[in-house]
Design a protein around this ligand. Structure first.
Ligand code: FAD
Length: 187
């Protein structure tokens, strides 16, 4: 079967059919810069950023301590196995939209037969898919920024960040993710 001339056709069509991103409906609160602060731009943080955008939640920021995309997450850094343990058909970052799925992305470059020919996704293919997902959806990640500490403040959270060893700053956010970072809030 011939490969599509535009490898992003299905993904573009998906975005066309779901329509423009909703406007940010969250009212501003004086002195609070972020509605949601996502710590970690790996697959979960990137997916969450897209989900919030589609829910009309603006002023979302994603940071990652890694210096750049190639050093973020585990797939090109710590993981050594050739293939994922997860079966290829499980739902992923596409949020139920088939045109944004790993399968759609893979078949656009390699064809449906190639996809049918393996059970487990190659680790580097998964990493490339996540890279494409971030780029295609325009998920901006502020690399080289580490969350050091979270403090509860009046009606918001104060996040202590370190951009480089010599540059520390504080940001105010209504909420943050992952929520298990809540443990850090009391430190
Ligand atoms: C060898 C191995 C094999 C695995 N195989 C599978 C598998 O087959 N299927 C599966 O579903 N899962 C597997 N996992 C689990 C895998 O880690 C997760 O599924 C996946 O990476 C989770 O993505 P994530 O975005 O939540 O976290 P990660 O990919 O770990 O990304 C977290 C990001 O947060 C950043 N970060 C951390 N702390 C801070 C901070 N304080 N400030 C700023 N940024 C920060 C990190 O730099 C990182 O980029 C495997 C894990 C390993 C180690």
């Amino acid at each position: 079967m011939a490969l599509p001339t535009d490898p992003h056709h299905d993904a573009r069509e998906t975005l066309r059919l779901i329509g423009p991103d909703p406007q940010n409906w969250v009212p501003d609160r004086e002195g609070v810069e972020h509605n949601v602060f996502i710590v970690g731009g790996g697959q979960t943080g990137s997916t969450f950023a897209f989900a919030l955008r589609r829910a009309g939640i603006g002023k979302v920021t994603v940071i990652d301590a890694a210096p750049d995309e190639s050093k973020a997450g585990i797939w090109l850094t710590h993981a050594r196995m050739n293939r994922l343990r997860t079966p290829k058909g499980l739902p992923g970052p596409e949020l139920g939209l088939p045109g944004l799925s790993f399968q759609s992305w893979y078949e656009a470059s390699h064809g449906a037969e190639a996809y049918a020919g393996f059970d487990r996704i190659a680790r580097t293919d998964w990493a490339n898919y996540l890279k494409w997902y971030r780029a295609f959806l325009g998920i901006g990640i502020r690399y080289g920024t580490r969350l050091l500490r979270i403090e509860p403040a009046e009606g918001h959270f104060r996040l202590h960040l370190e951009a480089t060893a010599s540059h520390r700053s504080k940001r105010r956010a209504r909420s943050f993710w992952p929520m298990d970072l809540a443990a850090a809030a009391v430190r």
